[in-house]
Design a protein around this ligand. Structure first.
Ligand SMILES: [Fe+2]
Ligand SMILES: [Fe+2]
Length: 275
């Protein structure tokens, strides 16, 4: 792994360094506390008929956050080296802290409701594969950040749709609102960093990232197929979820300048073939 002294070189772009600092300040301004800002004493209400599906979903969600936290810790110094911007470390440390808080809050939630241990071995395997794929091989900084754009959108949509359901545990809803606040900033960060990063990629690099992203999308689609029934049991319309996700990704890829090589139609084909 690249060592951090590389990261103390002068910034390549003062403008981008300012953007990272602004995001760092935003994180500090909107920082929440997982113990104090959630009313844990209010207790949890999970309808008995939906308990198993709900807890499986929450275990998947926690698994993805654990993986996200592990991956950001591996990738921080590599990304900072690649961009040669010390201000990037500043921001990523803040985002890393966000992910740690998400893991802590979801873990505490599952402990309080007695809901740990609902993941099967294949689900655990897929989550691990997802984390590995996002931070392995060539062009790993570009790959990691591009997969993050995908996964942050995937998670944010799940949170939004779960917040719209009437009988989702109010305790979980409190946590979801707080997590969503951070995930929106994480997407903003990707819009700040990705266009320039991708702009510098050679054609072979773009092709490589594109192939990796397709593999990753297939793994996510396989995961989605495994939890399809649980998602449906909770009252989330899986087809609508998929089409909204693809629409959101299409917009995001355009905004981040990725649409020239990440083809949304191919994502749609992968999703529809697997799920
Ligand atoms: Fe997170
Ligand atoms: Fe995040």
């Amino acid at each position: 792994m690249r060592r951090s002294p590389n990261a103390v070189r002068p910034h390549r772009s003062a403008e981008q360094a300012d953007a990272f600092r602004a995001l760092f300040r935003q994180q500090g301004d909107r920082l929440w506390n997982a113990d104090r800002d959630v009313d844990w004493a209010a207790g949890s209400t999970i309808p008995a008929a939906r308990r198993a599906a709900w807890l499986r979903m929450m275990n998947v969600f926690l698994g993805l956050e654990v993986m996200g936290l592990d991956t950001i810790q591996v990738m921080m110094s590599q990304a900072t080296h690649q961009l040669r911007d010390p201000a990037l470390n500043l921001y990523l440390a803040a985002q890393c802290q966000d992910e740690a808080r998400h893991v802590y809050a979801l873990d505490r939630y599952l402990t309080e409701v007695g809901g740990h241990g609902y993941l099967s071995t294949p689900e655990r395997f897929l989550i691990e594969r997802f984390g590995g794929m996002a931070s392995w091989g060539f062009y790993r900084v570009e790959n990691w950040l591009t997969s993050t754009l995908f996964s942050e959108n995937f998670a944010a949509l799940f949170l939004q749709q779960a917040l719209d359901l009437d009988d989702v545990d109010p305790l979980a809803k409190q946590i979801f609102r707080l997590i969503l606040r951070d995930e929106v900033r994480h997407v903003n960060f990707l819009h700040t960093i990705l266009p320039q990063l991708i702009d510098r990629l050679p054609a072979a690099g773009r092709f490589y990232v594109w192939q990796s992203q397709l593999l990753l999308a297939s793994a996510v689609a396989l995961g989605l197929r495994r939890i399809k029934q649980d998602v449906a049991d909770l009252g989330i319309d899986v087809d609508r979820y998929k089409s909204t996700l693809l629409e959101n990704l299409d917009v995001q890829f355009h905004d981040a300048g990725l649409d020239s090589f990440l083809k949304i139609d191919t994502y749609a084909k992968v999703f529809n073939a697997v799920t």
